[in-house]
Design a protein around this ligand. Structure first.
Ligand code: DSN
Length: 416
C-alpha cells in the first residue's frame, strides 16, 4: 500500500501501521478467523465511497446521489447470490454479531425459545451466551458436543428440540473443528416446526470454494462474516429464502442499522468476484488439506486435539497433557512470531481468560501459498516453542527460523 498521505499528516499512526505490516509479513498467522484480503479489496475499502450516505436499499434510498452506489450494492447482491446459490442476499450488515441480531429481530419475538451451541463447546456469544444480548433477549437452550467424540451430539440436539420446541435452531460455530450435519439439523427442525439459521462465518470460504457442504439449499437463513475464510473485507452478509427477504431487509435497515458502509460493500463485491474464480476452489481445498496435515503433524508430536482432528480449517488443542495453559502457550508463541489464540475446550475446568486450550487454523497461511511441507515445519515450531517456553535463547532461534521462512511467502498488499 502507498501511505504517502498518512506519512505527511500523521507519522505516529503510520509508525504503528508499518510495524503491523512487519508483524504480518514476518510472522505466521494461525488465528483461524483471520486472513489476508487482496489489495483490490483494500483499495475499495480505502476509497471515496466512505464519503457517502445511502440509507435504504438500491432504488429506495433516503438520500440523493445514489446512481453509483446502487450499481455497486446491486453487484454485491448479485455476486453473493451467485456465489452461494441463494434466493436473497442482504450485504449491508456491519459484522457478524449485528447480522445475527438482525436475523433474530426479523424472525423471532423477544422471549422466544431458540437453540444454539454452547460458547465453551465452540458456539458464539450471539448463539445464546446468557450474559450477551442473545441470551438475555431470547430463551436460548444450549446444546453441546459429546464428551467422548468431541463432535456435536445430534441425539442431544433432537432430544432438546423435542423437549423445548424451539422457534429457531441455530447451527454454526467459532471454535469447533468438524463439519456441521446441515441435513440432520434441518430434519430435526422440521420435526418440531422450527426455523433454521446457519452461521457459517468460519467456513464460508470453504463452502464457496466447494470444500464443504453448503447449508444454503436447506436452511431458512444463512449468515456469514466476509473476512474469515471468505477473504473479503471486515463485514457480514445474510442469505435467505425469498419468503424471509422482506423481514430480513427491514430488520437490518431500519431495524438495527443506519447508513450502510458502501466502501466495505464494494470490497465485499470484489471479494465475491475473487471467490467465483477457479483459483479460489484450489485455495479452499488447500486450506482443508493444510489443516488436516497440521492436525496430524501435531498429534504425532503428542498434542491432544478435540475430536482427534479436523474436517475444516480449524484445530482445537487441549494442552493439559503438555503441562502448559493456553494463555502461556499463546504468549510464548507470540514471542516466536506464531499468532494463535488461547481457547476454552469443552467443559473447560479453567477460566476463559486462562483456558486449557489453543485454537489455530490454516486460512491465512494458505493464502500466502504455504502447503504441507510448511505445515510440518509449523507443527515442529509449535512443539519446540511449547517445550522451551521458558528458554529465551531457544525462542529467539525459533523466531529467526520463522521469519526466514515467512519472508519467502508474500502477503497480499504488503510490498516485500
Ligand atoms: N471473533 C470471531 C472468531 O475469532 O472466531 C468470532 O466472532
Amino acid at each position: 500500500m502507498n501511505y504517502e498521505s498518512i506519512k505527511q499528516e500523521d507519522p505516529q499512526i503510520l509508525e504503528s501501521i508499518l510495524a503491523e505490516e512487519k508483524r504480518q509479513r514476518e510472522g505466521i498467522e494461525l488465528i483461524p478467523s483471520e486472513n489476508y484480503t487482496s489489495a483490490a479489496v483494500m483499495e475499495a475499502c480505502g476509497s471515496i465511497l466512505t464519503n457517502k450516505y445511502s440509507e435504504g436499499y438500491p432504488g429506495k434510498r433516503y438520500y440523493g446521489g445514489q446512481e453509483n452506489i446502487d450499481v455497486i450494492e446491486n453487484m454485491a447482491i448479485d455476486r453473493a447470490k451467485e456465489l452461494f446459490g441463494a434466493e436473497h442476499a442482504n450485504v449491508q450488515p456491519y459484522s457478524g454479531s449485528p447480522a445475527n441480531t438482525a436475523i433474530y429481530f426479523a424472525l423471532l419475538e423477544f422471549g422466544d425459545t431458540v437453540m444454539g451451541l454452547k460458547l465453551d463447546h465452540g458456539g458464539h456469544i450471539t448463539h445464546g451466551l446468557p450474559i450477551a444480548f442473545s441470551g438475555k433477549a431470547y430463551n436460548f437452550i444450549q446444546y453441546g458436543v459429546n464428551k467422548e467424540t468431541g463432535k456435536i451430539d445430534m441425539e442431544e440436539v433432537r432430544r432438546l428440540a423435542l423437549e423445548h420446541k424451539p422457534k429457531m435452531i441455530v447451527a454454526g460455530f467459532t471454535a469447533y473443528p468438524r463439519d456441521i450435519e446441515w441435513k440432520k439439523f434441518k430434519e430435526i427442525a422440521d420435526e418440531v416446526g422450527a426455523l433454521t439459521m446457519a452461521d457459517i462465518s468460519h467456513t464460508a470460504g470453504l463452502v464457496a470454494g466447494g470444500a464443504l457442504e453448503s447449508p444454503v439449499p436447506y436452511f431458512d437463513v444463512v449468515m456469514t462474516t466476509t473476512h474469515k475464510t471468505l477473504r473479503g473485507p471486515r463485514g457480514a452478509i445474510i442469505l435467505c429464502k425469498e419468503k424471509h427477504a422482506k423481514a430480513i431487509d427491514r430488520a437490518v435497515f431500519p431495524g438495527l442499522q443506519g447508513g450502510p458502509h458502501e466502501h466495505t460493500i464494494a470490497g465485499k463485491a470484489i471479494a465475491f468476484k475473487e471467490a467465483l474464480q477457479p483459483e479460489f476452489k484450489e485455495y479452499a481445498m488447500q486450506v482443508k488439506k493444510n489443516a488436516e496435515y497440521l492436525a496430524d503433524a501435531m498429534m504425532k508430536r503428542g498434542f491432544k486435539l478435540i475430536s482427534d482432528g479436523t474436517d475444516t480449517h480449524l484445530i482445537l488443542a487441549d494442552l493439559t497433557s503438555k503441562n502448559i495453559p493456553g494463555k502461556e502457550a499463546q504468549v510464548a508463541l507470540d514471542k516466536v512470531g506464531i499468532t494463535l489464540n488461547k481457547n476454552t475446550i469443552p467443559d473447560d475446568p479453567r477460566s476463559p481468560f486462562d483456558p486449557s486450550g489453543i485454537r489455530l487454523g490454516t486460512p491465512a497461511v494458505t493464502t500466502r501459498g504455504m502447503k504441507e511441507p510448511e505445515m510440518e515445519r509449523i507443527a515442529d515450531w509449535i512443539d519446540r516453542t511449547i517445550q522451551n517456553h521458558e528458554n529465551e535463547t531457544e525462542l529467539l532461534k525459533i523466531k529467526e527460523e520463522v521469519k526466514t521462512m515467512c519472508v519467502k511467502f508474500p502477503v497480499p498488499g504488503i510490498l516485500g
